[in-house]
Write a protein that binds this ligand. Structure first.
Ligand SMILES: [Zn+2]
Length: 166
């Protein structure tokens, strides 16, 4: 007899909205979602506020998921690639069309790397640079960014779909 597939995530709430709130346990995920371009708030908000948001609530907390009336995603795996895969497919996003600042969620502006070098005060060995118009943080495509692209590619291939409950 075939084994029942392991449950990776559970979703409720009809059509997924185009913004996300992750609970305080998922800071890593919040930064990554912003970099791939998803509008993501990161929960210093209290649970009652999280329970009310109209954005997609992403949590690992079953009790919070059960209480929630709006759209919610419960992550039941430890595998970070599966988290990304579930969200990319659920929200139907094309990763990296526009990146957001991992620190403040503002859409990044691509800039000449010479401008970025002037801001950070050292040479940047990259062809692509971005500046956050809100907090002034500078980013460039280096080994970390390439590692991230590889992980996102893997997430797209994994094709994780969440079980829907209503
Ligand atoms: Zn910023």
């Amino acid at each position: 007899m075939a084994r029942r597939p392991r449950e990776v995530c559970r979703y409720k709430g009809g059509a997924a909205p185009n913004c996300v709130v992750v609970d305080a346990m998922l800071g890593w995920l919040a930064r990554w979602l912003r970099i791939i371009g998803i509008d993501t708030a990161y929960g210093d908000a209290p649970d009652e506020e999280l329970a009310r948001t109209s954005c997609l609530l992403v949590t690992r907390d079953r009790a919070l998921f059960e209480r929630r009336r709006g759209p919610a995603l419960l992550l039941l795996t430890e595998d970070h690639v599966e988290w990304l895969s579930a969200l990319i497919h659920l929200l139907n996003v094309k990763p990296f069309v526009e990146s957001r600042c991992p620190k403040c969620n503002t859409v990044l502006r691509e800039a000449p790397c010479s401008d970025a070098e002037a801001l950070v005060g050292h040479k940047i060995y990259s062809n692509r640079c971005w500046i956050c118009p809100n907090c002034g943080s500078v980013y460039w495509e280096g080994s970390h960014w390439r590692g991230l692209r590889t992980t996102v590619k893997e997430a797209l291939q994994r094709d994780v779909r969440c079980e829907k409950t209503f």
